[in-house]
Design a protein around this ligand. Sequence first.
Ligand code: COA
Length: 198
Amino acid sequence: MDGIAAIENGVRLRFANYIRLGRGVYLDQGTYLHACPNGIEIGANTIVMHGAVLHVYNFRDLPHAGIKIGRDSLVGEYSVIRGQGGVTIGDRVYTSPFTQIIAVNHVFDNPDRPFVEQGITAQGIVIEDDVWLGAGAVITDGVCVGKGAVVAAGAVVTKDVPAHTVVAGVPARPVKKIDGENISKSDRIAYYTRGYGN
Ligand SMILES: CC(C)(COP(=O)(O)OP(=O)(O)OC[C@H]1O[C@@H](n2cnc3c(N)ncnc32)[C@H](O)[C@@H]1OP(=O)(O)O)[C@@H](O)C(=O)NCCC(=O)NCCS
């Protein structure tokens, strides 16, 4: 630990020696971190909400497995992150409830063999700084979500998302560029967290 982290009761940590928590990290009740090599790293002031599961799942000694989350981020309630291919999440990334970031696929090309005998692929997932994943969004293996992008609720992301782009749907497609056009037009009332905005 790099300072004091807050860990509620009912948190389950497996392979705790491979878990690194930054100062001010908060692990809510019922979170489960399983960090078999190469471990889990969570940056300062990041919050992991109730029921979230962060599982490196590296039972095949994959060299690039692991879960790394930057600072000031939030993992929403009941979200699941699977780190076989390596999951790297930036700073100020918020995932809403029930998101899934799954850095692995089964191979199933041979119809004459059960898929469980055909191995897996695990390329890894990158979610850059300032991304917001809406509730229930699924990020599949091999994808990079660019800085400042927004993934709409329920989207299944199978391709890279360009920076500052809103994607939605199954499979997710760009629906909007975040180019500042709407700032002055918006009649939405925004509320700010202490320390952000004014
Ligand atoms: C994406 C979102 C933020 C809306 O952003 P927006 O910039 O206001 O986008 P708009 O409402 O103008 O929608 C743009 C287009 O995307 C579509 N769209 C928006 N959200 C969508 C979704 N979840 N799934 C599919 N399509 C969606 C709209 O229908 C619209 O399509 P159209 O141009 O054909 O009419 C919102 O719909 C959303 O998904 N919010 C997530 C809510 C959430 O998870 N909150 C938890 C907070 S912790």
